[in-house]
Design a protein around this ligand. Structure first.
Ligand code: MN
Length: 742
């Protein structure tokens, strides 16, 4: 009889750790040499030892986390030994006794530089600074040396998102928002599509759990229908493609949960109207010399079977995106009157599309793609070198300049330029050269003269018009979106002001001399405060510009009297701010419960999203206006949370809220075909059928259509739904959406 072996929990855990480590080694396909294997082993052993007494929130041994991050790096992005070792070590410096010097000694400068980029800045931040923003900037700073920092950070974030259920609600919202605002777009820009999609879906799962559940449930219920449709769409294509003489693979997949959710929200339509949107992908097994021709051949086959919508042809093969993405996209009319997007690409292009930047190591010889990335990275580096901007501005600027979609425009000589979406003629001018930007008076877009503020569209050809007499002014700052133009304009404005101020300073020195008063720091400050100038520079500027007349510069008098006055003003100011503090509108502290300890606190409803009972909500601590309640899917809230996560408080509606119904202001927008009596039908529903109180109503007709805006008082989301359904039932063309109260 064999002896039964019972393992202790500890032994079981150790067994599991070894199992996972072996699993990692099998996934590390690019690790072949002895040195590489040794590097990973050393990193694993150090990490294992350093984290040995730590556990994750889920109760698991901490080492499971670095192992999982390394697994993602190896398996899902295809990174090599250095990255895998860094992934294993990524939390060591931040969370354990081991410091960077030790890592440097043991693993060399390259590994320690990457680990440094992955280690958060610790310490105390003052109120105005955002630790999240500071850390994000720090991580990107390391990017100048090594892109792998960001790739590993994305793997880390993915694993944290996959295990987010173990965190408290506050952290869930903070981390999910930050993921949506920065990490998913970053993964997108680095071309890692699969991970980008998963990050988005997971963010939705935690910011809007109900919506997420609803969409995923409906997606699985409609799976068979979709498969059937795809089969019938693909069948005739296959017959033709077989004659092409090129091996191929064809697959159809539905859009992600997040993109379905986004479409429903943006177009205010139901799941049924968007769930069957597909992308069918044809992947050709072609050689690099023939790939262009093969793709276009496949294109002409597809369009000979299904009628294309030529306005929706996207040729990312002739002009790849900045993130290296290449593919041919065309939308065609499929069976049953349904539009289908067909993506045509080769295996090489597909790998780049899935793996993004990481795939470039494999195709390094392709100079075109490398230069696309290098441009992007160089632009980020340039921005990082600018010491002026603070971390918060930086994150916002990074977002608009490097993570948003882009437009392609041409110079007069036909050179292609890529700018962020909404870039203007003035942005273009500064992109070419800062001197051209400074002297820009307008532009010719496609041979038509346009103002500086003209927003550029894809394919525009832009010629900048300059004049030697031109000077930048303050308004220019509202005409530009690129960081480059903004920084340059700010600098030029300051420079000009400084020159003018010099004249004012000389004048003031003379005045001081005449009255025999010492030109001291303290005395200048008194004068500055007396004239309510923002700074010394402002004072000189105001004097030079004669905003402060010479006759008013009675130095001695001001210094004696001014000091008195200043004190009085200060007292008055303080009184003023106390009295003018905004009144809190909703002081019903018993309807919403804020924070972890279920303490009731004062709050007010954010105007941008006007939450109703039934909405997922959160509290945000503002400076000066107390706690504001936002909907968790509010655009403003998402950007606030990603920058000031530490100011987010979890909040929920009190469960006994329905016992004492309150009403909340909600705006509803109605559009449709104008008919007789539409206004009275709507008002009847509101005042007679549902007995809802209305604050305001306005209707506008235009060419047979109308748009109405109602501000009504509602008790909760089901009340809102009831109202929307009733209004919709007036006729088939009516469209009702919930809007924010302006
Ligand atoms: Mn981590």
């Amino acid at each position: 009889m064999g002896q039964e072996v019972t393992l202790t929990p500890e032994e079981l855990e150790n067994k599991e750790i070894i199992k996972r480590y072996r699993h990692l080694l099998r996934a590390a396909k690019r690790v072949k040499t002895k040195e590489d294997k040794r590097l990973i082993r050393d990193a694993f052993e150090l990490s294992m030892d350093a984290h040995k007494d730590m556990r994750r929130k889920s109760g698991e041994p901490y080492i499971f986390h670095p192992l999982a991050v390394a697994q993602i790096a190896a398996e899902e992005i295809g990174l090599g030994a250095t990255s895998i070792a860094c992934a294993l070590l990524h939390d060591v410096v931040e969370d354990t006794e081991i410091d960077l010097d030790y890592i440097k000694k043991k693993f060399g400068p390259q590994v320690s530089a990457i680990i440094d980029g992955l280690t958060k800045i610790s310490g105390v931040f003052d109120e105005k600074k955002s630790p999240q923003a500071e850390n994000f900037r720090k991580m990107l700073l390391t990017l100048s040396d090594d892109v792998r920092v960001i790739l590993i950070k994305i793997c880390d974030r993915l694993h944290n998102m996959r295990t987010l259920e173990f965190m408290n609600r506050n952290s869930q919202l903070k981390i999910a928002s930050e993921t949506l605002y920065l990490y998913a777009p970053l993964a997108h820009r680095l071309g890692i599509y699969a991970i980008k999609t998963e990050l988005e879906d997971l963010s939705l799962k935690f910011t809007e759990p109900e919506k997420f559940k609803e969409i995923s449930k409906k997606l699985s219920q409609t799976k068979e229908d979709r498969a059937k449709f795809i089969r019938s769409f693909i069948k005739p294509l296959k017959l033709e493609l077989d004659n092409l003489g090129v091996k191929y693979e064809i697959k159809g997949r539905p859009k992600s949960i997040f993109s379905i959710y986004n479409k429903m929200k943006k177009q205010q339509v139901s799941f049924e109207q968007v769930y069957d949107l597909f992308a069918v992908r044809i992947i050709l097994d072609s050689t690099q010399d023939n790939e262009k021709r093969d793709c276009w051949n496949a294109y002409s086959l597809v369009t000979s079977i299904y009628k294309p919508n030529t306005e929706r042809l996207r040729d990312w093969i002739s002009t790849p995106k900045s993130n290296g993405y290449e593919s041919l996209h065309i939308t065609v009319m499929g069976p049953f009157g349904k539009f289908v997007e067909v993506q045509i690409r080769t295996e090489r292009m597909d790998e780049i599309a899935e793996l993004g930047y990481a795939a470039h190591w494999k195709y390094k010889e392709n100079a075109k793609e490398i230069s696309n990335y290098d441009n992007w990275l160089n632009n980020i580096r340039e921005m990082l070198e600018n010491p002026e901007s603070n971390a918060l501005d930086f994150v916002e600027e990074f977002h608009t300049n490097f993570l948003s979609e882009e437009v392609f425009v041409f110079t007069p000589t036909g050179e292609l330029k890529k700018l962020p979406i909404n870039a203007t003629a003035l942005d273009f001018a500064f992109d070419i050269h800062s001197d051209i930007g400074a002297k820009c008076i307008g532009a010719k877009v496609n041979n038509k003269i346009v103002p500086l503020s003209h927003v550029l569209q894809n394919g525009d050809q832009v010629e900048i018009l300059t004049s030697a007499k031109q000077k930048p002014n303050k308004d220019w700052l509202s005409y530009v979106v690129t960081g480059k133009a903004k920084q340059r304009i700010k600098y030029l404005l300051k420079e000009e002001k400084r020159q003018i101020a010099e004249i004012g300073k000389d004048l003031l020195i003379k005045k001081f001399k005449n009255e025999k008063v010492e030109f001291s720091k303290e005395n200048i400050l008194t004068i500055t405060n007396f004239f309510r100038a923002q700074s010394e520079l402002d004072l000189y500027f105001m004097i030079a510009k004669e905003i402060i007349g010479k006759d008013k510069l009675k130095i001695k008098q001001i210094i004696t009297e001014g000091q008195m006055l200043q004190r009085e003003q200060l007292v008055a100011n303080i009184k003023n701010t106390i009295e003018s503090k905004p009144k809190v509108e909703h002081k019903k502290s018993d309807t919403i419960i804020i924070g972890d300890d279920n303490v009731q606190m004062d709050y007010s409803m954010a105007k941008c999203c006007s939450p109703l009972p039934g909405d997922e909500i959160l509290g945000f601590i503002t400076i000066g206006e107390g706690i504001k309640i936002h909907r968790t899917n509010c655009k403003n809230a998402i950007s606030l949370m990603s920058q000031y996560g530490y100011r987010v408080l979890k909040a929920h509606w009190a469960s006994d809220i329905l016992l004492v119904p309150e009403s909340y202001e909600t705006m509803i927008k109605i559009t449709g075909i104008d008919g007789v009596g539409i206004v009275s039908k709507v008002t009847d529903i509101i005042s007679k059928d549902l007995q809802v109180n209305m604050k305001s109503i306005s209707f506008e007709s235009n060419d047979g259509t109308f748009e109405g805006k109602l501000v009504v008082y509602l008790t909760d989301t089901s009340h809102l739904q009831e109202l929307i359904d009733k209004i919709k039932s007036i006729d088939n063309y009516i469209h009702v959406t919930r809007n924010s109260v302006d």
